[in-house]
Design a protein around this ligand. Structure first.
Ligand SMILES: [Zn+2]
Length: 371
């Protein structure tokens, strides 16, 4: 039920591949890259640079295992894929975003003070990829703007510094990715692109996507979200895998490189065909909850999110009170109405775990999660 992936599972998976040791984490754990294919188009993919984001890893593990057994010669002869499954193994072990130095690796591309980023930059310089996929998980509270539906896959083409933004190589790379995604979007079965949205496209100069884009490699950010109410992200793994499969196998089609739509702006800012994402989605909303507290009772809305954690050697979901009051503006994955809730005053502290979850969980799809 929990998206945590144990290191032993990754180790076992790695055995079927030609792999290289590319460096070590701060605590000395090995960081590997997997090498697949022998084609001229070089693609770099990395995942779990944030230790508590495993969907890209799970999707790539399935996809590359399928491809190893199918031995697809067209793919093998056209692509060389170098894949770093866990760029942050120390964070992955503890299910934390940051590395063991407490550095957010995705803000360390200028300072380069973490061994993980030093090892990434070395690989980037040696491999010199044409295309890069930067795989992350977005948090559960992202929805499609206006529609309020869960954002299950958000994409962005990272920007570059002002001085590089008119560089012809960078303009072409960004334009290529926009056109390519647009073509994928138009060709893909609509049921497989439900929940696509555009991630924040602001310029973050310390971030990895911007750094790789500025190196002249066409870079795409892929943020996997939660599909529906599936907090295990298993459905998201399937959607991400399907996206990655279409993206990577599509690169072998010569057609795509000549079939560019003419209306993309020169700076690559063509509007995306799907909505932007925004923060404002909670896992559970109890509308008009009938609160019974001490000798008082009143009606209010409650918003709850289920925070995933890994501690004491096991995964947990912690129900956190996100907000209390008139919450009609908030979207939610699951909405309950007029449920009576018995609480103590200490249960209604915003930002804190709640103890009244047993009174609610039976009405939700999460009755069996461990909290
Ligand atoms: Zn991330």
């Amino acid at each position: 039920m929990h998206p945590f992936v144990h290191a032993s599972k990754v180790e076992q998976w790695l055995r079927q591949f030609d792999k290289k040791l590319i460096g070590h984490s701060f605590l000395g754990k090995p960081i590997h890259s997997v090498h697949w294919g022998a084609g001229p188009l070089r693609v770099l993919v990395w995942s779990q640079m944030h230790g508590n984001e495993s969907t890209g890893l799970r999707a790539m593990m399935e996809l590359l295992s399928d491809w190893v057994s199918s031995k697809d010669h067209i793919l093998l002869n056209k692509l060389t894929i170098v894949y770093i499954p866990q760029l942050n193994p120390d964070g992955a072990e503890k299910w934390t975003r940051r590395n063991a130095q407490n550095i957010d690796l995705n803000r360390d591309l200028r300072a380069k003070q973490s061994p993980e980023i030093a090892c990434f930059v070395r690989l980037l310089d040696e491999f010199r990829p044409d295309i890069a996929l930067n795989l992350h998980d977005q948090r559960t509270f992202f929805s499609q703007k206006e529609q309020g539906l869960p954002s299950s896959l958000a994409l962005a083409v990272p920007k570059t510094s002002e001085s590089l933004s008119t560089d012809s190589r960078i303009v072409n790379n960004r334009r290529f990715l926009r056109d390519y995604i647009l073509q994928m979007y138009n060709r893909i079965d609509p049921s497989k692109r439900e929940g696509w949205s555009v991630f924040d496209e602001s310029y973050y100069p310390r971030s990895i996507g911007e750094y790789v884009q500025e190196s002249g490699c066409a870079t795409l950010l892929v943020e996997s979200g939660v599909v529906g109410t599936d907090l295990s992200r298993s459905l998201s793994v399937q959607q991400t895998k399907s996206f990655l499969k279409s993206f990577l196998s599509g690169l072998t089609s010569d057609l795509l490189f000549h079939d560019r739509s003419a209306d993309t702006h020169l700076d690559g800012t063509q509007a995306w065909p799907f909505p932007k994402n925004e923060q404002g989605l909670v896992d559970l909303k109890v509308q008009n909850a009938r609160i019974q507290c001490l000798n008082s009772s009143w009606e209010t809305d409650l918003a709850i999110w289920l925070k995933d954690e890994y501690r004491d050697g096991r995964p947990w979901f912690i129900p956190i009170l996100h907000d209390v009051g008139d919450l009609r503006h908030l979207h939610s994955r699951v909405a309950l109405d007029k449920v009576e809730v018995h609480v103590e005053a200490k249960d209604l502290i915003v930002g804190s775990p709640i103890t009244f979850w047993p009174q609610l969980k039976g009405y939700t799809p999460w009755a069996d999660i461990e909290v």
